[in-house]
Design a protein around this ligand. Sequence first.
Ligand code: CO
Length: 217
Amino acid sequence: MSSLQDLFTHNRAWADQMERERPGFFTSLTKQQSPKYMWIGCSDSRVPANQITGLEPGEVFVHRNVANIVVHSDLNALSAIQFAVERLKVEHIMVVGHYGCSGVQAALEGARIGLADNWIRHIQDVRDRHRTLLEALQEKQRANALCDLNVIEQVVNVCVSTVMVDAWARGQKVTIHGWAFGVHDGLLQDLQMSVASTDSIEPLYRAAIEGVIAARS
Ligand code: CO
């Protein structure tokens, strides 16, 4: 376990090493960020966007919250997406869930935590929407399936936001992806939900849900 002082020590060592290996690295970052990617992931400390993908500072614009949820009226998430799409001109937005997500587990069990129950309620809505499919699975598959289903639903929520509807209407090329990360093996899975236009949301959504259920059955 690190102490706070260790964090500063590590920081100085990291900055020194970066500057030694790549002189001018930090100076080049001061100009402007121009990431191609936006990552919408869970706040879970085991799921660090840059490390998992091998991306450096300046390469991925990150928004994280409990259980990687995109709520239609969440001005925080929507502002981040708007900034990423309209100012940074990112080409890909990935919504990334992870297996062993305690938010997903709490939603599945209907556990009471406190204030966060109201946030988790959005995943329970996903659970309820797919209740029949989930109940047909073996119990040990349900949490992972709900993790995947939640990602797919949140991809749709990004796609139907005014930001994406307007971006696609004006011909901007942005693809929204659904991925899941295995905390147990460090691997990313593509949930085959990559949407690049408003028209393709519905067929891709149906195929991706079927894919999740088939993989878990
Ligand atoms: Co999580």
